[in-house]
Ligand binder design. Structure first.
Ligand SMILES: [Mg+2]
Length: 102
C-alpha cells in the first residue's frame, strides 16, 4: 500500500490528459520507478504464496468481463453517467452480487 500510495501521489491534484502525461519525460520516469515498486511487491507476494500469476489475472479478467459486460459499460460511459449512484454500473453490480449470494 505504501508503494501504491507513492504511485498515486504522482497524480495528486492533477487532471491531465493521458497523452500529456505520456510526453512528460520526468513524470514517466517517476511513474516507472513507483510502478516497479508496486509490481515487485505484488509479484513477490504471488511467488511466496505459490500462486500462478497468469492464472489469477486471467480468472479475474474473466470475472470482470461477466460482472461488467463491455457493451453495457461502453453505453454507460457514452451516457456520461459514469459510476454515479444511479448508473448502470451500480445496477449491474447489485444484480451480480444478488446472483452470487443466492
Ligand atoms: Mg517507491
Amino acid at each position: 500500500m505504501i508503494e501504491g500510495a507513492e504511485l498515486l501521489e504522482l497524480f495528486q491534484w492533477e487532471n491531465r490528459e493521458l497523452e500529456d502525461i505520456k510526453t512528460d519525460f520526468e513524470k514517466i520516469e517517476g511513474i516507472k520507478k513507483e510502478l516497479a515498486d508496486v509490481l515487485i511487491y505484488a509479484i513477490e507476494m504471488s511467488v511466496l504464496l505459490g500462486l500462478d500469476t497468469t492464472d489469477i489475472i486471467n480468472k479475474k479478467l474473466d470475472h470482470a468481463a461477466k460482472k461488467y459486460p463491455a457493451e453495457l459499460m461502453k453505453k454507460n460511459a457514452q451516457k456520461g453517467s459514469g459510476s454515479g449512484a444511479d448508473s448502470e454500473y451500480w445496477r449491474i453490480k447489485k444484480e451480480y452480487r444478488a446472483k452470487e449470494n443466492s
